[in-house]
Design a protein around this ligand. Structure first.
Ligand SMILES: *Cc1c(COP(=O)(O)O)cnc(C)c1O
Length: 455
């Protein structure tokens, strides 16, 4: 098997190795890295997952992309260390489940990608004997996942930019109580502003000496880890030898999670449909509806705050996967195969009222507690089943991804249901820790001076 190389979605830069794509983050032409081929599982391989642990399935997926790049025993040790927490599939009714991706150290699904990416970077940096500054923008959960995943590593410093008004107290504290090699900066703008400043820093020759890398959902190191839980869910609930197909609902903001699912699909996982549910930052559902892609700038504030993204970077990858080309400004230069995209995905934008209505309904009716992001996903299912009643039957296995722990949204849940969700172990004791973080204006030069002064 020849080594998989990585091309840029802007198609103006040469292909690079996984090592380079991982450590660079962004391609030199401003595009995102994509694998030049996607390995495929045999039916027997997929069938064998049913008797494997999560980390063993993760290993099988990682091996497909990294064989010849990382020694297998090291890779196995790496995934075993990264995935040391449970991945509960909770039945809502019949064969309709939610998959709780909230049992990692920061109680959001971003732990899955961040923990593996951190360990991969550490592996290569050690081998190269190099240092690196991780620069990342967050709408809440990425930052804490990255900060926690890299916390305490000797050869990596981390700077996280976040919009002060858009993250919850708890999300902020998960980042600002770490210290050591982890610096947190709040700005008075929006997530999109953070992302724009980070992108600019990457292209700034004066900052080259910092050896910057991104750990955002644009980093290729997050893509494969985010395909693993789709494989896992299928392995627990479906039988490929009976030809069973699964439906996933994916609450989406920057479309990294969905990209992971699409990779799993291309690897041969029998997925009938991805329900792609956004909040009212619904540029992608609108694109599917009209064929015109228009970013939403500035992005809208919705209660599913981690999905308040009006210009999702990973759309360039989705478009590339379907044969099109989208640049970093969100301009579609080559239209993708829309018919194929619509075959694989159903997209819908959900407003806050419906998000809250569904959250309450699922709790009242099924005694299952969601939080706003998972609720957007569940609402997406309701829309889909109305339009495709033939898929709404007792036998259809359906999994909605629950991307954060309800305890990360105590105000919303208290107001709606009248109680405080129980904290997961990872969030206990956070209140008493000392917070420390910087504050700057939404201004690139201020940010740049900060970096030059501190590193
Ligand atoms: C980041 C995030 C999402 C959206 O995931 P994308 O990969 O950006 O689409 C959804 N829910 C939560 C809780 C998140 O933190």
């Amino acid at each position: 098997m020849s080594e998989i190389l990585f091309y840029s979605t802007n198609q103006k830069a040469g292909k690079v190795s996984f090592h380079d794509a991982l450590l660079k983050g962004l391609a030199p032409d401003g595009g995102l890295f994509m694998p030049d081929s996607i390995p495929v599982f045999t039916r027997d391989e997929i069938a064998s997952f049913s008797s494997k642990e999560y980390y063993e399935i993760a290993f099988e997926a990682a091996k497909k992309f990294l064989s010849g790049v990382i020694a297998e025993d090291e890779l196995l040790a790496l995934v075993k260390d990264a995935y040391n927490y449970p991945v509960p599939l909770e039945k809502v009714y019949e064969k309709k489940y939610i998959m709780r991706l909230d049992q990692g150290p920061t109680a959001s699904f971003k732990d899955f990608a961040a923990r593996m990416m951190g360990r991969l970077m550490q592996y290569f940096l050690k081998k190269d004997n190099r240092k690196m500054l991780i620069l990342t923008a967050t709408s809440g959960d990425t930052g804490s996942a990255i900060a926690n995943a890299f916390f305490g590593l000797d050869n990596i410093n981390v700077v996280v930019l976040f919009p002060e008004s858009e993250v919850t107290d708890r999300q902020r504290k998960q980042m600002t109580t770490l210290h050591k090699n982890v610096q947190i900066i709040g700005i008075d703008g929006k997530f999109d502003d953070c992302q724009a400043m980070v992108k600019k820093a990457f292209n700034d020759p004066e900052l080259e000496y910092l050896n910057l890398s991104s750990a955002n959902s644009i980093n290729i190191g997050r893509l494969v880890p985010q395909s693993m839980y789709y494989l896992y869910a299928y392995s627990r609930l479906c039988d490929i030898n009976k030809g069973e197909e699964i439906i996933f609902s994916v609450p989406s903001g920057n479309f990294g999670d969905l990209m992971g699912g699409l990779i799993a699909l291309k690897m041969g996982l029998p997925v009938k449909k991805f329900i792609v549910a956004t909040n009212k930052n619904d540029e992608v559902p609108e694109y599917f509806r009209t064929g015109n892609y228009k970013t939403i700038v500035p992005s809208l504030n919705c209660i599913s705050s981690a999905m308040n993204v009006g210009h999702p970077s990973n759309m360039a990858r989705v478009v590339a996967l379907y044969g099109g080309m989208m640049n970093e400004h969100g301009e579609v230069l080559v239209q993708p195969d829309m018919a194929a995209m619509k075959r694989d995905m159903f997209t819908v934008g959900i407003d806050d009222d419906e998000t809250l209505e569904i959250l309450k309904m699922v709790y009242d009716r099924h005694n299952v507690l969601l939080e706003p992001h998972g609720s957007v996903g569940w609402a997406g299912l309701r829309h889909y089943f109305r339009l495709a009643p033939e898929d709404y039957n007792t036998e259809q296995v359906t999994v909605c991804l629950e991307t954060a722990h309800p305890a990360k949204f105590p105000l919303e849940i208290q107001e709606l249901l009248g109680f405080d969700p129980e904290l997961p172990p990872s969030l206990i004791g956070l209140e008493d820790k000392e917070e420390k973080y910087g504050r700057i204006k939404t201004d690139y030069n201020t940010f740049k001076e900060y970096l030059k002064r501190n590193y």
